[in-house]
Ligand binder design. Structure first.
Ligand SMILES: Cc1cc2nc3c(=O)[nH]c(=O)nc-3n(C[C@H](O)[C@H](O)[C@H](O)COP(=O)(O)O)c2cc1C
Length: 213
């Protein structure tokens, strides 16, 4: 197969400055809703890039569970590799890729743990199997076998039989406070539309700039 032949033109629609909301979180809401209504798979999945203090990057997929005026919230294990990197270096990047819509959103910002109360509220809504999984998986650690995990799951099921499953100490959410949010819409001849919102400091306002494709 010649990978050079794997290309397509992006020509669905354009993105105009006058269509953009002054607040990028509102613009995110509009695109997120369109992604959810488009039938594309896992619209809330995004790539999360973190880096250690000395700049070694790592990236993985996580699920967006909430967004509001302040930022974007995801949940994870606080002892995972991503959590360790955020501890060392809170600057992160996230990428929502909605390729069937010929769109991506690129976000940079700072990640901070959300409050325990907020995490507990969400943990209580998770399916029981996911709650148990959070207890038994030492996320990002080397383990000996899948059998070990399944054994721990059986033990946890026996121990917690029917009762409420408390939230593990090492589990919770992060909120990414955005500093830049770029909306990217694919266009013909690779002349894509790109608009980047940049947080104006101090103050609540955002500067919008068109970037070259
Ligand atoms: C579609 C999808 C959704 C995922 N959602 C999450 C999530 O919300 N939180 C999480 O910790 N890991 C999630 N994962 C697993 C992560 O990609 C990753 O394997 C895990 O968090 C360990 O990452 P780390 O070792 O870099 O910390 C998801 C994976 C996929 C493919």
């Amino acid at each position: 197969m010649d990978l050079g032949d794997l290309r397509r033109e992006y020509s669905r629609i354009g993105l105009k400055r006058e269509e953009l909301h002054a607040n990028p979180m509102h613009q995110f809401g509009v695109w997120f809703e369109q992604a959810c209504n488009s039938g594309l798979g896992d619209p809330s999945a995004f790539s999360l890039a973190t880096a250690s203090a000395d700049g070694a990057p790592s990236i993985r997929t996580v699920l967006l569970k909430l967004f509001d005026e302040e930022g974007f919230v995801f949940f994870t294990n606080y002892a995972s590799k991503k959590a360790r990197q955020i501890e060392e270096n809170p600057q992160v990047a996230m990428l929502c890729h909605w390729l069937p819509l010929e769109r991506q959103i690129k976000i940079t910002g700072r990640a901070e743990k959300i409050s325990k109360m907020e995490s507990m509220k969400y943990f209580a809504t998770r399916p029981r199997g996911s709650q148990l999984g959070a207890w038994i998986s030492p996320q990002s650690s080397v383990i000996t076998s899948r059998r070990m995990l399944e054994g721990k799951l059986r033990e946890a099921i026996d121990k917690l039989a029917g009762g409420e499953i408390p939230m593990p100490e090492k589990w919770g959410g992060y909120r990414i406070f955005p500093e830049t949010i770029e909306f990217w819409q694919g266009r013909e001849n690779r002349l894509h539309d790109r608009f980047r919102y940049r947080k104006q400091e101090p103050g609540p306002d955002w500067i919008v700039e068109r970037l070259a494709p």
